[in-house]
Each structure stands twice: as structure tokens, then as C-alpha cells.
Design a binder for this molecule. Sequence first.
Ligand SMILES: Cc1cc2nc3c(=O)[nH]c(=O)nc-3n(C[C@H](O)[C@H](O)[C@H](O)COP(=O)(O)OP(=O)(O)OC[C@H]3O[C@@H](n4cnc5c(N)ncnc54)[C@H](O)[C@@H]3O)c2cc1C
Length: 421
Amino acid sequence: MRGGTVAVVGGSIAGCAFASAAARAGADEVLVLERTRGRLADRGVGLCIHDERAAELTATGALPAGIPAHPLTRRTWVVRDDAAGPAGRTFWEQPFPFHSYHWGLLWRGLREATPDSVAYRQGAAVSEVADGTDRTDGADGANGADGAQGAAEVRLADGGVERYDLVVGADGYRSVVREALSPKSRPQYAGYVCWRGNFDAARLPEAGAGHWSPDAVTTVCFPGGSCVVYRIPGPEGLRVNWVLYATPPQAGRLPYDDPTSFPPGRVTEELRAHLGELLERRFPPHWARVLRLTEPQDTIVQPLYDLDAERIAAGRLLLAGDAATVVRPHNTSGAAKALQDASAFESAWRAAGSWAELTSAYQAARGPAGRELVALARRLGRAQVEQTPAWASLDHRAAQEWWTGQLAGAADIGGQAMTGP
Ligand SMILES: Cc1cc2nc3c(=O)[nH]c(=O)nc-3n(C[C@H](O)[C@H](O)[C@H](O)COP(=O)(O)OP(=O)(O)OC[C@H]3O[C@@H](n4cnc5c(N)ncnc54)[C@H](O)[C@@H]3O)c2cc1C
């Protein structure tokens, strides 16, 4: 199928990747509508992509070459053990074939790789979308350019109304496109949050951690949670990124039912104090010192959610990335999943003879994949936060069994290899 106009709502990771995919597949016109006015690149922190997923995504063109990435090879699991020393005791080590990325640098690489034909409009907040195919279902032209009749409608916050042949919702976990496509699907609070932070890796020696191997990921385990620490590339050299999962204090009183987060500088005193207490009472002192190198303005708190939208494509609407599937970060799959969605979209477009064929092929390829990711992340969250084992009693073999139980047949975390279309 060739031709047609495409609006992509949201210009983050999924948005840039889908805009490029639509342009490569042959759309006449691709427009990204991003509500943010400032530089998105300044807002993110660290994420990882499994090496096998990265190789597949580079081959399909979804992951452009040349984006800074830091190699990680192994993950060690440690628990506080004062008899073993201030760094605690390592009870398990597993392979970790991932590269870490700086969110802003990944976004910039994807943004720069979008073809010049793609228009990227900032400060364009979409308030509502509507699928028009109920009026013109039969008019699914093979060249895709079947005019305004069958188009989806985009309503902008400034009052403007625009029509496109296809609207892609790459607008994240509070998607307005999902409201139109799958209105009953809402993110569900997972029951715990993550504190995230990052700091300049050159400061590690101040905490006596200058020798910490650059390719290592350390998971600090404590009753009721765990914390993952690793290096990421940064605009000015390596940074240390960490994500600590635990139940927040007095959860009922904080606004976790509403999907939102506490951005830098807005972390409440109660959440800050709780983090301090966890570091003091639960962490090996060495790793507590490492995390304390983080400046307050570089700490954020995010409530975690699960969402697996019932429908991710129908009529002239289609969901991408976090708009379709919100997965707890234990999976380390958010960015890879968004890029895989874009690859599947491009393949489905190339094979389709009509919009209906495109949306049904995309739904068939990515619906089950999203569902599996959400289920895996729930198992990982249960085992690593909600119902943590007696960490100190685990040896290598018991830890391996514990991990295999969480995978429940999945090959690894980080997302699975793509199948069809
Ligand atoms: C600023 C930012 C920083 C992030 N940092 C990290 C990180 O450090 N580590 C990590 O693992 N993951 C991070 N993520 C999440 C990560 O990007 C996603 O899990 C994954 O890459 C898939 O994202 P996405 O593009 O589907 O959705 P998102 O990244 O959530 O992007 C959605 C985009 O849509 C825009 N948008 C939303 N609603 C509207 C609307 N109504 N109209 C127009 N535009 C709209 C948003 O401004 C945003 O740019 C971050 C996301 C954002 C937006």
C-alpha cells in the first residue's frame, strides 16, 4: 500500500520511530504532533536494550546506527551482610547482554533519523481523536489515499480540527488515542513505586566505588524491594543510573490512582525521607554511599502501572509503545518494545493492500507481544518487590531457580524476538 496521510500523536521514542517507519513505507505525508514545547532530550535518564533486540532493530532500520550506548555484560545480586563487609554479599551473578542508553541521546538519535519529509510540530497538544471509519468502512482504497471521508479526526487543544487517513497514538501511558480506541483500558497502579536517580560516574571514587566494573549491573536486594544500578552514556561522559523499587510510605494518601509522577525537584519530603531510611537500614553501607552521590534535583519518583490495551489497532487508529502497553520497568523492554512496534507497523504497511489489512496485521503481531510483556513484568515485580524471597538464604542455585520461575518459559527479559507479520 502506498500513499495516505498519517498523524503521529506524541514525538517521543515510539513517535519518532513510527514517523520514520510511515515515511519509509510510503506515506504521502507524515506529521508528528508533540505537546511539549521545550527540548524532550533534556528530560530523560537511563534505559537498556537487549543486544539481540538491538541487532534485530538495527537490521530493520528502527534503531539508527551511531547512538551512544554503553556495554553491560553481567548482573550481580547483592544483599546486606555486615559480616561480609560494607559492600554486602554477592549471592548470584548472571549474564546481562544489554547496552545502556541515555534517554535524551536515544531520543535525539531517533529524532535526527526521521526523514526530512516528516513534519514535527511542537506545542501541539491533542485533546481528542475520533475514528471516522464507521461512516465509510467500505471506502478502504488500496492506495490508502481514500480522502477525507474515511479519515480519523484529530482535535487539538487550541481548538483546531484536522483529518488524516491514519492516526497513530504514540502518546504514552495516558494516551488520548487509546481513549478513542480502547476506552475501557486504563493503567492500573501496581502497588509500589520506583525512585530513580543518576549522577556523574566520575564521582564514584568519592564513595570508594571507583573500581566498580564498568560492564557490571548491580542489583541490591532488601526485604520488600530491590535496586538496579548501572552506568549509562551521558552528554558529558558516563553517568550512574539507578532505579529502586519499593512500596511507598502510607500509599493510600498519595495520588497513585492517577497516573502521574513526581518529577525532579517535586519529590515530597515523605518520599525523600523514606528513601533515606531504606538506604540507611536496608542497603549495604557501600551501596548506600554510592546512591547518596545523587543530587536531590536528579531524583524522581514514579508510581508503576500495568496496562495491556484490549485493542491496539482498528479502523484508522493504532497504538504504539507505552500507549498500547505499560510495562513495569523490571522487564527492561520499554524502548525495545516501542521500536519493535514500529518495525511491525512498517512490515504490516508494506504487506497490506488496505488500511484494514494494515491494522489487523498490526493487532495480530503486537497485541499478544504486549500481553506477554505485561504478564512477565507482573511476575518479576511480584518476585522482586511484592513478595521478595529471604534474599540472604539464596545461593547461586536457588537464585537461578527463582529466576527461571519468574521467566516461566520466556527466553530472557528485555523483550522477545519479533514474530510476523
Ligand atoms: C520525557 C521522557 C523521559 C523518559 N525517560 C525515561 C527513562 O529515563 N528511562 C526509561 O526507561 N524510560 C523513560 N521514558 C519512557 C520511555 O520513553 C518509554 O517507556 C518507551 O520508550 C516508549 O515510549 P513512548 O514513546 O511510547 O511513550 P512516551 O515516552 O511516554 O512518550 C509519549 C509522548 O507523547 C507526548 N504526548 C502525550 N500526550 C500527548 C497529547 N495529548 N498530545 C500531544 N503529545 C502528547 C508526550 O509529551 C511524550 O513526548 C521517558 C519518557 C519521556 C516522555
